[in-house]
Design a protein around this ligand. Structure first.
Ligand code: B12
Ligand code: SF4
Length: 505
């Protein structure tokens, strides 16, 4: 039987998600809470349905065993191509690995896709010679057409008809083909190739979150986000419930993370989803990110009944004018109403805030901190704004700073310098739970389940420790006292997971 055209996807996984000590290579590997590239699972499933094949390996940065494993895997699989899915902040770390592989396998073409290279195909091909091809935008059809040609040993001279592709061309410099049209009905796509990240022999930790994605693109136009704006498409609820049931029956999954830009697609969608979950008697836990104003109290209460563990909401700013300027399409009032409902339904909540969008000042930042206090979520996740390629905000960056990811320091697009924004962010983050309202509402609230109170208590202790350490740096004489306090807080400080929140932004 003829070999199918095949690609091996490779990713570096941040060590905090998959510490090397728990990583086991090969069949039966431990499933961890890893930010797996959903794109890879989707693309491999599609390739398999279309006469091709795909594999996936992920390693920790600087993990020599992982690299040896990877080289061996390439020799065994003999893929026709190697693929990388790249976001801006991981580009340089991944490129180091791409070069490493290129030197060892010069004959295997390397293709990159994902949000960074889709936004910067020319810069990518001009700056990173070990990347041979770039897939711009959605990859299903582009990759299949390209991979077939690659397996036939066709070179760049044959690639012009493959839409959505970029490559170096001796006559034109960088050649970009006609844009690829979007997949109009994503319900025609197969279920993701979950077997790439877990197999039936794997041990899934109870707390490991299994990734589910229901949608492509986004309905909104936030200026700081590189999502495919305006091209929002989603699958019907039964497809997603089937995936959940499959993951439970095949791998014993108990915990799911919906990784869509926002979830659920609509109130009606959610009602149907809950009906199906209840009808099939499925029992599982989950969390997701939603937009302020999407869910009403009854829906939150129902979600609580079927197993929601936490809901995250992107609030971003407490200043109405800033929210308009970043095109967030919410207001502080909508956020207030949403968090009131979340508290009433006793659902643990996370609020995302960001400092440094266009127009940020000390006053607007202060309004955000005040709103944060008022909303009083279980956890806050605060970031300093980064002007990511593919976003509207990237266009506001001074010309000379546009390619900031090459040196890692991101530029400010407001009047406050990046260092000042970091400082505001750090202070806001540390002091957030150190308030009486936090203690009374979360830590000592008998309405909340014990595990939520414990989480809040740990969150409080971790931040108190950070705060005291900060003070001790300023007042060395207090160090002895702080040291004693630190000792008494040690068990909480070791549980760093309680304070870590991962945002899709
Ligand atoms: C789910 C999600 C996450 C999840 C899972 C990440 C993952 N890698 O799958 C979590 C929460 C872990 C996460 C973390 C982060 N994320 Co995120 N995330 C998303 C989100 C909401 C959906 C992505 C998704 O799975 N879509 C569905 C899949 C099928 O689509 P896709 O990824 O676009 O892939 C398609 C094409 O791009 C293409 N393609 C992709 N890769 C490849 C590779 C090849 C070879 C080919 C041919 C094609 C191809 O084909 C795919 C199928 O059509 C997007 C926003 C959005 N709506 O797109 C942000 C987004 C991708 N995240 C972003 C960022 C910045 C991050 C973080 C860096 C945040 C942080 N500071 O921690 C981290 C990076 C972690 C990581 N390792 O990727 C940015 C990236 C922008 C940029 N210019 O790089 C986005 C666009 C949001 C934003 N703020 O703009 N994220
Ligand atoms: S931040 Fe969220 S809602 Fe806004 S465009 Fe990005 S994915 Fe969509």
């Amino acid at each position: 039987m003829a070999r199918k055209p095949s690609i091996l996807f490779v990713a570096i996984t941040p060590p905090e998600y998959a510490p090397s000590k728990v990583r086991q290579y090969g069949i039966g590997r431990t499933f961890e809470l890893i930010p797996h590239k959903h794109s890879v699972l989707a693309l491999v499933a599609w390739l398999r349905e279309n006469g091709c094949d795909g594999h996936y390996e992920w390693i920790n940065p600087g993990d020599e065993n992982g690299r040896a494993w990877l080289l061996q895997s390439i020799r065994t699989l003999r893929p026709d191509a190697i693929g990388f899915s790249l976001v801006t902040e991981e580009l340089l770390a991944h490129y180091e690995l791409i070069e490493y592989l290129k030197v060892r396998f010069p004959g295997i073409p390397i293709i990159a896709g994902g949000p960074h290279v889709s936004a910067e195909p020319v810069h990518t091909l001009q700056t990173f010679p070990a990347i041979d091809y770039v897939c711009i935008g959605e990859g299903e059809n582009t990759l299949t057409e390209w991979l077939r040609l690659i397996a036939e040993k066709k070179g760049t001279g044959h690639m012009r008809d493959v839409k959505g592709l970029a490559y170096r061309d001796s006559s034109y410099g960088v050649m970009i083909t006609t844009p690829r049209e979007k997949i109009s009905d994503i319900n025609t796509l197969p279920d993701p190739a979950f077997d790439l990240i877990v197999d039936s022999k794997s041990k899934i930790r109870k707390s490991a979150a299994f990734p589910i994605v229901c949608s492509y693109g986004c309905r909104y136009y936030c200026t700081f986000c590189a999502a495919d704006h305006g091209n929002y498409r989603y699958m019907p609820p039964h497809r997603i419930v089937n995936q959940i049931q499959y993951a439970q029956e095949s791998y014993g999954v108990e915990y799911f993370a919906f990784r869509d830009s926002f979830w659920p697609p609509s109130g009606d969608w959610l009602d149907e989803f809950c009906d199906l979950v209840e009808k099939r008697g499925l029992k599982f836990s989950f969390h997701f990110e939603t937009r302020a104003g999407t869910l009403n109290l009854e829906q939150l209460q129902r979600l609580k009944r079927i197993g929601v563990q936490a809901i995250a909401v992107g609030v971003e700013s407490g200043d109405p004018a800033m929210l308009k300027s970043i095109k967030k399409a919410i207001t502080p009032d909508l956020a207030r109403q949403t968090f009131r409902n979340l508290h009433q339904a006793a659902v643990p909540s996370i609020a995302f805030f960001m400092f440094g969008n266009q127009g940020e000042t000390h006053e607007t930042a202060e309004k955000s901190i005040q709103l944060m206090y008022e909303l009083n979520p279980t956890l806050v996740s605060i970031s300093t704004f980064r002007p990511l390629p593919g976003t509207e905000a990237h266009r506001y960056v001074n010309h000379e700073d546009r390619e900031w990811w090459m040196h890692g320091e991101y530029p400010s697009i407001c009047d406050l310098p990046t260092a000042e924004l970091h400082k505001i962010r750090q202070e806001a983050d540390i002091t957030y739970p150190l308030r009486l309202a936090y203690l009374t509402h979360h830590v000592y609230n008998p309405r909340l389940p014990v595990e939520v109170r414990e989480l809040s208590w740990n969150y409080f202790k971790i931040h108190l420790r950070k705060y005291l350490l900060g003070i001790s740096e300023q007042y060395p004489l207090l160090r002895v006292l702080i040291h004693r306090l630190k000792k008494s807080l040690k068990p909480a400080a070791q549980d760093s997971s309680a304070g870590n929140v991962t945002s899709a932004q």
